[in-house]
Design a protein around this ligand. Structure first.
Ligand code: NDP
Length: 329
């Protein structure tokens, strides 16, 4: 038996969470059983913890948790043996299948990534999907020519999970980082991560009729989407790229194609969920080398399984700072 946060539906079809003791037989199919040590809270987890499951949860009872890190307990796959440290993100785990809000998880070996040297399971969950995606976003900008010295790089939704990790990685790589936040009280936190400029959210979340503004940003990691992304497109330097990661400010894109046609701006889509293994491994290794662990430590809010329902509601309101690390034991 082990402890898990289980979501169950009432007669009206609304789900709520309860911590329960469940048996290993209840775990989904898979060839690797993982003793989970830490999990976390991403925006998607907030949706999965909500009464309607955010349209993501397929069946109840359900164990959410889109990320986890732990130790292999049993494996029928040659790539993993008991005692190996592993990390899991994405693949719709915690949405379509049971996830990491439990002391045990079962999964296909194809979906796991060995923990890179230099990262423990707690740090891996401080990174989580949000940080992993921030790394993918930075890698995509580099692959499209971004180099330190090209000019300032904008990070939107900067005090959130993706934004915090993107800020710390970019600053550590030598980029000048401009951090957009709607929480002025987080300015010192963002500067401690390495941001050199704080851009108030109001400056960028209003639409303009001008398709092009002053060429300002050499790159952008965008966690916000919506009006802000549309606005930022018109402020990119010639040939610069934006990694489109999130929709915290909306899924729409009320933009024109002018920045693409006249400035050769690139809009790069970033998906962490179905990312192939080789790039996952590359990104986790880059996280271990390029994200300063003292900065990561400053982002961590520790929590327990019991805290998850409240944290899920908070992240949907944009009220979680940095990264939550949940010790499931
Ligand atoms: P967080 O809630 O931690 O961060 C989002 C941040 O966006 C907030 O902290 C806030 O930053 C800002 N924000 C919130 N609401 C608004 C708004 N209305 N207008 C402008 N800014 C806003 O979430 P995550 O960092 O975990 O995720 C960020 C986004 O990225 C989400 O949309 C998520 O779904 C997406 N995502 C996508 C992935 C992918 O594979 N493509 C993977 C992971 C996440 P501040 O207070 O500083 O303004």
């Amino acid at each position: 038996m082990f402890k898990a946060l289980v979501m169950e539906q009432n007669d009206e079809g609304l789900a709520s969470a309860e911590i329960k003791e469940i048996s290993e037989d209840a775990l989904p199919e898979g060839n690797v059983t993982v003793a989970v040590e830490y999990t976390t809270v991403n925006y998607k987890d907030g949706l999965c913890l909500s009464a309607k499951g955010g349209g993501l949860v397929r069946n109840y009872p359900h164990v959410p948790g889109i990320d986890y890190a732990g130790t292999v307990e049993a494996s029928d796959d040659d790539r993993y043996k008991p005692g190996d440290k592993v990390v899991l993100t994405g693949w719709r785990v915690g949405e379509a299948s049971w996830g990491g809000y439990a002391q045990k998880a079962r999964i296909s070996a194809d979906k796991l990534v060995p923990l890179p040297a230099g990262l423990d399971t707690r740090q891996a969950m401080a990174v989580g999907t949000a940080g992993f995606t921030a790394m993918l976003a930075v890698m995509a900008l580099e692959d499209h020519g971004l180099k330190p010295g090209n000019g300032p790089v904008l990070v939107t939704g900067a005090a959130g999970g993706v934004g915090s990790v993107a800020t710390a990685i970019l600053a550590n790589l030598g980029y000048e980082v401009a951090a957009v936040t709607g929480r002025p009280d987080q300015a010192d936190y963002l500067k401690s991560l390495g941001a050199t400029t704080i851009v108030p959210r109001e400056e960028l979340n209003e639409t303009t009729k001008r398709p092009l503004e002053k060429e300002t940003w050499a790159g952008c990691v965008d966690a916000v989407g919506g009006d802000m992304l549309a606005r930022v497109l018109g402020q990119m330097k010639y040939g610069a790229s934006i990694s489109a990661v999130g929709l915290a400010g909306g899924a729409g894109l009320p933009a024109t194609v002018i920045p693409f046609l006249l400035r050769g701006v690139n809009l790069l889509g970033i998906d962490s969920v179905m990312q192939p293994f080789e790039n996952r491994q590359r990104a986790w290794e880059r996280v271990a080398t390029d994200l300063p662990m003292d900065k990561l430590e400053a982002m961590i809010n520790p929590a327990k399984l019991e805290d998850l329902p409240a944290l899920g509601a908070d992240i949907l309101k944009g009220q979680v700072k940095g990264r939550v690390v949940v010790d499931v034991n």
